[in-house]
Design a protein around this ligand. Structure first.
Ligand code: HEC
Length: 123
């Protein structure tokens, strides 16, 4: 009787491993989940040469609005920002960046942290 139980367990283990392996391969080749910390790294890497990405300083490229200003525009939603970033046709020619969908999500998550609408501390 006790052996029945252990057979059940030994079958469940490989099935669990298969399920986990399945999750890994369907993860859209993403090496990481979208998240704000990753978004900050991407912004440092790919955006900071033109945009001010965190503080209230001006952007290095005067034509590129600071991230803080973009995300705090009245009516700017995270969906709107993500949609803009997903479609590279929107980019000004000089932007010259390519973003994967999960990178867009991470950037948006990061930029949402710069939103001052909820917090009275803003500028
Ligand atoms: C080589 C310079 C450069 C780089 C690098 C760059 N941008 Fe830009 N970006 C610009 C300029 C210039 C504009 C303004 C274009 C305009 O107003 O026509 C702009 C506009 C934008 C806008 C739209 C702002 C608006 O007015 O609606 C967003 C959002 C944006 N950039 C995000 C990013 C992100 C995210 C990155 C990094 C992945 C990035 N940019 C990298 C130069 C750059």
């Amino acid at each position: 009787m006790t052996s029945k139980r252990s057979i059940g367990t030994s079958l469940a283990m490989p099935l669990l491993l298969l399920a986990l392996a399945g999750c890994e391969t369907t993860a859209d080749n993403a090496p990481y989940e979208p998240n704000a910390s990753m978004g900050m790294l991407i912004a440092r890497d790919s955006c900071r040469s033109c945009h001010e990405i965190s503080s209230s300083r001006e952007s290095p490229n005067a034509d590129a609005p600071p991230f803080r200003e973009i995300i705090n525009r009245p009516g700017m939603s995270d969906e709107q920002l993500a949609a803009w970033l997903r479609d590279a046709h929107n980019y000004p020619i000089e932007m010259g960046v390519h973003l994967e969908p999960h990178q867009v999500d991470s950037l948006v998550a990061y930029m949402l942290r710069l939103r001052s609408g909820d917090a009275p501390s803003g500028e």
